[in-house]
Design a protein around this ligand. Structure first.
Ligand SMILES: Cc1cc2nc3c(=O)[nH]c(=O)nc-3n(C[C@H](O)[C@H](O)[C@H](O)COP(=O)(O)OP(=O)(O)OC[C@H]3O[C@@H](n4cnc5c(N)ncnc54)[C@H](O)[C@@H]3O)c2cc1C
Length: 399
């Protein structure tokens, strides 16, 4: 029978980087399973936005760690995820947004992110280049936020996995766990290609994590929803090296440079959760109109490409990082669960590092994971923890 020191389910950015960190921590044989191909879940379809401007001290820490990681990647792995520092402006549209925004900046300063500053509307328009000076009240801004190139990130962790001697098994589905007779401890995983003996398993799956959990006998309140990204044709206003990204937080609309054009993305909070199957053109028209209000130069620009994909989320917008707990609260020793909750580009490396720490050592010093485990959710998937305030407006429930 096959044997591994760690089996990772899912070869997205979380499973991929976690396997690399586990191997670096000295785990011998690491096998990564994917029912499809590496990166072909959410990880290759993301918009790539990366920010340390989180809504809680924990997500600030995950963002900072991840940015440092992206910066040091070339030196550590001889390859990179294409991180470009562009600056990030989180807009306030209403008076209430402004009040909450100032409170958020104070929290971030307290969490050590001292280079976030508040820009008034005129300063914001000046810094963000193509942004109109009206229709908003300025916002919080940080120079060091930026974006990565998601397909390049898939390439980067694939190469790092290969260099670390990790076995990637594509088109191999995880189908269940094997446990000791009393059910207390994992002894192996069942796959579409046979059983692998192991006493350590890391379950990832992004938008499919709930289904992965069901296969393992767990109830994981991870949601999945449509998220759409579009790229507009090139324009001379976007033929610049640097143009800060902007997030219209209330509406869940964001934009950034992309190949001489403008990339923008949105999530529609009024839409029922589920797997993305097609483009919602009525929503496209609505969000384009809103975008044109902020960036008038986009009015009339042609659409170059657009895609709808399924994004992962939780009801409190925070990651899931902790041991596997059955619905009755009993723990399966040796099994760890990890989800970036729709922030796998900005927090991905940090989440993956915490996941590897928990899988290998049972603890981590990167962030306090006390409130990130499955035990924060009730049987309806509601969290007892206050939500992260800087997030796309996903459906309120993860069911
Ligand atoms: C359109 C879009 C835009 C986004 N933009 C951003 C952004 O700008 N910034 C940001 O931070 N985040 C963004 N995200 C979110 C980010 O992409 C995800 O949080 C992240 O990619 C999740 O990584 P993952 O490894 O957990 O999941 P995935 O990349 O989905 O990987 C999970 C893998 O598990 C595999 N799997 C599932 N079930 C099984 C099974 N039974 N057996 C074996 N394998 C299985 C799947 O095949 C898949 O490859 C975006 C997401 C989308 C969809």
């Amino acid at each position: 029978m096959d044997r591994a020191d760690l089996v990772v389910v899912g070869a997205g950015t979380i499973g991929g980087w976690a396997s690399v960190f586990a191997a670096a921590a000295g785990v011998g044989r690491v096998i990564v399973l994917d029912q499809g191909l590496v990166g072909m879940g959410a990880s290759s379809r993301a918009a790539g936005i990366v920010r340390a401007q989180g809504g809680t001290p924990t997500t600030v820490a995950l963002g900072r760690w991840s940015i440092d990681f992206y910066r040091g990647q070339a030196a550590a792995y001889g390859t990179d995820s294409g991180f470009r520092e562009q600056g990030y402006l989180i807009l306030a549209v209403t008076e209430e947004d402004e009040r909450l925004g100032h409170a958020r900046v104070a929290m971030q300063h307290g969490a050590g992110l001292t280079d976030v500053r508040w820009l008034d509307a005129a300063e914001a328009a000046e810094v963000a280049g193509t942004l109109a000076p009206d229709g908003h009240r300025g916002g919080s801004y940080r120079d060091g936020d930026g974006f990565i190139d998601p397909p390049r990130n898939v390439r980067a962790y694939s190469l790092a996995m290969q260099a670390a001697g990790i076995e990637l098994r594509e088109r191999t589905a995880f189908t269940g766990l094997r446990t000791s007779p009393d059910g207390a401890r994992v002894t192996g995983v069942e796959t579409s290609a046979g059983v692998i003996e192991t006493d350590r398993v890391l379950l990832t799956g992004g938008p499919a994590l709930r289904a992965v959990g069901e296969l393992a006998g767990l109830r994981i309140p991870a949601g999945a929803a449509r998220h759409t990204v579009a790229v507009l044709e090139p324009h001379e206003a976007f033929a610049v090296e640097r143009m800060p990204m902007v997030f219209d937080l209330t509406a869940g609309l964001y934009w950034r440079l992309e190949e001489g054009g403008l990339l923008f993305g949105w999530s529609d909070p009024d839409e029922a959760p589920g797997v993305a199957r097609e483009i919602d053109w009525a929503a496209y028209d609505r969000y384009r109109e809103r975008l044109a209000g902020f960036v008038p130069i986009t009015r009339g620009l042609g659409l170059r490409k657009i895609w709808a994909a399924t994004i992962d989320y939780t009801s409190d917008h925070l990651p899931i990082l902790g041991p596997a707990l059955r619905p009755d609260g009993s723990r399966i020793e040796g099994v760890t669960v990890a989800l970036a909750a729709g922030h796998g580009m900005m927090w991905g490396p940090g989440v993956a590092r915490v996941a590897a720490d928990l899988a290998v050592h049972g603890e981590t010093s990167l962030v306090d994971v006390t409130d990130l485990g499955l035990d924060r959710f009730d049987e309806h998937g509601r969290s007892r923890v206050a939500p992260d305030s800087v997030a796309l407006p996903y459906p309120v429930s993860a069911d």
